[in-house]
Design a protein. Structure first.
Length: 146
């Protein structure tokens, strides 16, 4: 596991000190950096996390992300056919909680032979990917406990 994909949920938790998973995200992020892992994400995730940061935390948080986090990430840019593949997956899986961004991430990870993802979203485990941090509780688990 030299290459790790980084999902929106992990990036947002890393940036938001009030997020339930902030401390776990910080620890995992620091561990990945200390271990010299190559961290990948997609332009779909980038757009999603930038919109969330700007809307929920403001432009200063977006500025910090752009200067401190973004330069560390290797970007997987969507090819024209990627949208169609991701949409086909989304429609075939027929789950309202699944996003187009997640489906694109599944395809990007497979295309680039990345089997491990830093996320707090169990949809990746359902697709056969290894989740970091391991043994985690996700937002979906917390919602189902209510």
């Amino acid at each position: 596991m030299r290459r790790v994909y980084v999902d929106t949920s992990a990036l947002f938790a890393l940036m938001d000190a009030d997020d339930l998973f902030h401390l776990e995200a910080q620890k995992t992020w620091n561990d990945l950096l200390d271990q010299g892992k190559s961290l990948f994400t997609s332009n779909y995730v980038l757009v999603e996390v930038c919109a969330l940061l700007q809307r929920r935390l403001g432009l200063e948080a977006l500025r910090v992300f752009h200067h401190d986090i973004y330069p560390i990430l290797h970007m997987l840019w969507a090819e024209p056919e990627s949208y169609g593949e991701a949409m086909a997956t989304l429609l075939a899986l027929n789950r309202s909680g699944l996003s187009l961004v997640d489906c694109f991430s599944f395809h990007a990870m497979r295309a680039h032979h990345i089997d491990t993802v830093f996320t707090f979203d169990k949809d990746f485990a359902a697709q056969g990917f290894i989740l970091l941090p391991t043994g985690q509780v996700t937002r979906a688990d917390l919602i189902h406990e209510r």
